[in-house]
Design a protein around this ligand. Structure first.
Ligand code: CAO
Length: 540
């Protein structure tokens, strides 16, 4: 099946696919540059009866893909050029599933009729992946009895007549060859003898597997009678519409393909659909929505194909916060408003107060002042202390203010919540911040200490940065990001003055907060931070 157009290159072509020609390429599984192994599927072909992968006949790297999705190919059509690391000596791909023969199905049954595995071409010891009938079942002509699968094709063996299943001779997992008896049928109305075509599927078999003599059993007259020609010789992707490799993948994961929605052509199920199904199932019922509603997925990449890797499972907190962050990112129309606050005076004030605070066991950090300023400004902007209700039609305005702050811990990001932050002065806030941050780092926060937040501050100023776009801690509607303060020349009183400027990044839910309101909020916050005396006042 291969030719070698250039040194070390192998052109993989469509193998003998029996009577089929102009078969549609429904999937191209590789692209130029991809490494491939011998037998790795390159493309998937589909007729109205069968789906089959065409595997590579050489190991190496794909230099060129000669077909695209939707193309029609026949035996010998070039598929891809492989720069062969090691060209296969036996280039002939396993033949595709046997093609159809003329319908030679008998119209009625004798008293008992054995249904046998049809000629399978080169295939031997083919696995029974499904037994579709049981003793006593009534079957019609063409009713599938068992499903067989090779590594390249899936095919049903249909009944060649109507009747009742007297005995099923194979079990799931069994391996069968052409001529093996699958089931015995009986019919009460076995009036007419079975028609026994003298030359049954022979021509078709020869086309499908020209180099392979038909197995001895295939010569058997009973078999010839029983071989249901077109139906059996052709794989029938019964029920689920998927290629053999996808079927095998689904089976390995225990996925019932009948429950998977295919996103491919004509609803065909591909590997990504199976993965999406598993992910949704693992995520629980709330996320188990039909694939049709699913967001487009990022491509799955086999990183190991490009170099050594190590797989490290995410921690518990990372998994929880990851899901919540993604939900917020997807569901909330975020806008981030940036501004700067002049905290020159604030830092002077803080410097004058922090030793006294330290003597009381309080670390008076910039964040305590920022929290106090937020509490004051939020009191003037009630929309910032609100959440949309579950219907999304009503705004729930909160009469309390519990303030969350993002804390970086060895186990991941957590958001402890300062209760009633609106009623606490800067020292109380500083004390709560210190205690909660300590507990967070030690992994000792109680669940209740991370609940009920109304607004969150994410301060990265102790680390650095000039600005960022924090993700709203849903169902809150805004989050303040704080970056590192820096001395800057600011034009004041007709000259540049060195001022300590604190970058603020306010992300807000645009469904609840307008841009103008967000700017007013940030300006008010910057003003509060610039005039810090009021921030140290006692809170009534
Ligand atoms: N600009 C310049 N310096 C700052 C600053 C700022 N905006 N904010 C804090 N600093 C300084 C502090 O003054 C302190 O210096 P001194 O020890 O000399 O006084 C130092 O940075 C460290 O401060 P801190 O981290 O101890 O205290 P904090 O109150 O600023 O922050 C906490 C506490 C828990 C918020 C912080 O430790 C933390 O975890 N930050 C990370 C938050 C995070 O991960 N956010 C991202 C969430 S979204 O991915």
């Amino acid at each position: 099946m291969g030719t070698t157009p250039g040194a070390g290159n192998t052109t993989v072509v469509v193998p003998d696919i029996g009577d089929f020609s102009d078969v549609e390429v429904i999937e191209v599984l590789v692209q130029a540059g991809d490494p491939v192994a011998v037998e790795a599927p390159l493309i998937t072909l589909e007729t109205d009866k069968a789906t089959m992968d065409v595997p590579s006949t050489a190991a190496g790297r794909v230099v060129e893909v000669s077909v695209k999705k939707g193309d029609r190919v026949s035996k010998g059509s070039p598929i891809a050029v492989i720069e062969a690391a090691q060209a296969s000596g036996n280039l002939a791909a396993k033949p595709a599933p046997p093609p159809p023969a003329a319908n030679q199905v008998p119209a009625a049954l004798p008293a008992a009729l054995e249904i046998r595995v049809p000629d399978l071409g080169d295939f031997k010891d083919v696995e029974v992946i499904d037994v579709l009938v049981k003793e006593g079942d009534t079957v019609g002509l063409e009713t599938p009895l068992v499903t067989l699968e090779t590594d390249k094709a899936t095919m049903d063996v249909p009944s060649s007549a109507a009747g009742t299943v007297a005995k099923v001779h194979v079990a799931k997992g069994a391996r069968v060859n052409a001529g093996d008896v699958v089931a015995t049928l009986k019919s009460a109305a076995a009036a007419e003898p079975v028609a026994r075509p003298t030359e049954p599927a022979a021509a078709t078999v020869a086309t499908a597997a020209p180099a392979t003599p038909a197995p001895a059993a295939a010569q058997d007259a009973t078999l010839r009678t029983a071989v249901p020609a077109a139906g059996a010789a052709l794989p029938d992707i019964r029920g689920a519409h998927a290629s053999p490799s996808v079927r095998r993948f689904a089976r390995e994961l225990g996925v019932d393909l009948a429950r998977v929605t295919g996103s491919g052509l004509k609803g065909r199920i591909n590997e990504d659909d199976v993965k999406a199904f598993v992910k949704q199932a693992l995520a629980g019922p709330s996320r188990a929505e039909p694939a049709g509603n699913a967001l487009p997925r990022v491509p799955d990449v086999d990183f190991a194909a490009f170099g050594p890797v190590e797989v490290k499972p995410l921690g518990r907190i990372q998994k929880i916060s990851g899901t919540r962050l993604q939900a917020a990112w997807i569901n909330i129309p975020h806008v981030t408003q940036h501004d700067e606050a002049d905290i020159t005076e604030l830092e002077k004030l803080r410097a004058s107060l922090k030793d006294r605070a330290a003597s009381r066991g309080i670390k008076l950090t910039p964040l305590a002042f920022i929290a106090r300023a937020c509490a004051k400004v939020i009191a003037q902007f009630p929309n910032f202390n609100a959440s949309l209700d579950a219907s999304g039609q009503n705004l729930v305005l909160k009469k309390y203010l519990h303030l969350g702050f993002a804390a970086d811990t060895p186990n991941g990001l957590v958001v402890p919540v300062i209760r009633d932050a609106g009623r606490k002065d800067v020292y109380e806030l500083a004390r709560d911040l210190g205690e909660l941050a300590g507990k967070a780092r030690a992994g000792k926060l109680a669940a209740a200490e991370m609940q009920g937040g109304c607004f969150t501050i994410s301060s990265l100023g102790g680390i650095g940065g000039t600005a960022f776009t924090p993700i709203i801690n849903a169902p809150e509607v805004a989050i303040l990001g704080v970056s590192r303060s820096q001395q800057r020349p600011v034009w004041q009183g007709g000259k540049f003055e060195p001022r300590l400027m604190l970058p603020l990044s306010l992300s807000y839910d645009h469904r609840v907060i307008d841009g103008a309101e967000a700017v007013r909020f940030v300006v008010a916050l910057a003003e509060a931070l610039a005039a810090p005396a009021s921030l140290t006042e006692a809170v009534p």
